[in-house]
Design a binder for this molecule. Structure first.
Ligand code: SF4
Length: 413
């Protein structure tokens, strides 16, 4: 069965099944799917098509499940490869159950969110959350069928207690990172996700879950890029990656964040070196802090460069980043921007994907508008545009002076 899946995925990726299997065995790629789910697995990793993840999830201010299910549909239609349910509001278990049932794609979560929300209800504060509370949530979500978990295991007591964090321009911008850091500071105990990492690996192994080691101290401002906190956490993730490999658990490493454009290549090389070529999942990177309302564009610029240098998985950033809870339109625009970034590199990795660019160019040259539109990144957005603008042979841009037509009609060519 496994070999049939590998064969099918290798065919899609345009590589040999043998090469794909070696990449997975060496941890350079992961095959993501909880053994309890009946969906197509997703492969992420070195030399494969760069994949795109879309985050959805209810917030404390918008706890409605129906809105999140609509966003799931929009993300799937826009071409996302995976979904993360980042809910912190509403009935978390029910929301997750419905997302898992409705999603054709692999689904990831951040279990510390549910552990914190439950502890707030149980004890009045997530600072009183116990190690067992966390492990129970991880096991329960694994049993429900979640395919991959973000686990913020890299923040240790020593790092969290370093008060230089207050000097950071952007502070801590990861929700999971902030929860764990506050918990460590309040209890003066080691991070349970670090201390009990072996138990988490055992749960992951039992259900074939891939762990995405979170970057809870990722830079949230250009000025914080590659600082002590980001690098210290990454060094720990490198150690944890080796532990996971010994137990044969698939690992992805999460990365920044806000990164100046001239540091993107260094970030990718650093992750690949420290984490022994584990697949790299970048949250952006955003190349400027100023693109409010347009952070999907800032992220696509960073995501394209990161992919070129070896990132394997892009997390969608929507135009609502830093402003509010994204709606369906934001999710759609974010997914499309990330897909353009990924495809700009994928067409250099996979000849079959390059063919789409060649075909769209041929249809454009022939002014075969129907085919031209059908090959676009998101045809739905431009369908009907030719009729509306009364396109005939040439489009309305140059009309009579269509350069393509001028040359096509040229008797000398
Ligand atoms: S009219 Fe201009 S823009 Fe339109 S197809 Fe011809 S050359 Fe391209």
């Amino acid at each position: 069965m496994q070999s049939q899946i590998i064969k099918k995925i290798a065919e899609d990726e345009n590589i040999s099944p043998k090469v794909l299997k070696i990449k997975i065995d060496r941890g350079k790629a992961v095959l993501v799917k909880n053994k309890k789910r009946k969906i197509k697995p997703l492969t992420i990793g070195e030399g494969l098509r760069v994949k795109v993840n879309a985050n959805i999830g209810a917030s404390t201010k918008n706890p409605e499940i129906k809105d999140e299910l609509k966003k799931l549909k929009v993300a799937q239609e826009a071409g996302a490869d995976s979904i993360m349910d980042l809910s912190v509001g509403g009935d978390l278990k029910n929301i997750r159950k419905q997302i898992l049932a409705a999603s054709k794609l692999i689904v990831g979560t951040v279990p510390i969110y549910e552990a914190a929300v439950k502890s707030e209800k149980k004890y009045g504060s997530f600072e009183r959350m116990t190690n067992q509370d966390i492990l129970d949530v991880i096991e329960a979500q694994a049993k429900e069928g979640v395919d991959f978990f973000t686990i913020h295991s890299g923040i240790t007591k020593k790092i969290a207690n370093n008060r230089k964090i207050t000097k950071r321009k952007g502070g801590i911008v990861s929700r999971g990172g902030a929860i764990i850091s506050r918990w460590i500071m309040a209890n003066q105990k080691e991070n349970p996700l670090y201390e009990y990492f072996d138990d988490i690996l055992d749960i992951a192994k039992k259900y074939d879950i891939v762990l995405s080691l979170g970057d809870g101290l990722r830079p949230g401002a250009i000025s914080d890029s590659m600082d002590f906190f980001q690098v210290s956490e990454l060094l720990n993730l490198g150690i944890l990656t080796e532990k996971a490999r010994k137990k044969n658990v698939g690992i992805i490493i999460e990365g920044p964040g806000h990164v100046p454009i001239d540091q993107i290549e260094a970030n990718i090389r650093m992750e690949k070196e420290i984490c022994k070529n584990a697949p790299f999942y970048v949250l952006g990177p955003l190349v400027t802090d100023t693109a409010l309302g347009f952070d999907h564009i800032s992220s696509a610029i960073g995501g394209a460069l990161a992919s070129l240098y070896g990132a394997d998985f892009l997390c969608v950033v929507t135009p609502k980043e830093h402003l509010g809870h994204p709606n369906q339109e934001d999710i759609k625009l974010g997914v499309i921007a990330a897909r353009i970034a990924a495809h700009s590199v994928n067409l250099t990795r996979n000849k079959r994907l390059r063919k789409i660019d060649e075909d769209i160019s041929t249809s454009r040259k022939k002014r075969d508008w129907k085919k031209h539109i059908s090959l676009g990144i998101y045809p739905k957005a431009v369908e009907g545009i030719t009729e509306k603008l009364k396109f005939s042979d040439a489009c309305s841009m140059c009309g009579k002076y269509c350069s393509l037509k001028i040359m096509e009609d040229c008797p000398l060519v």
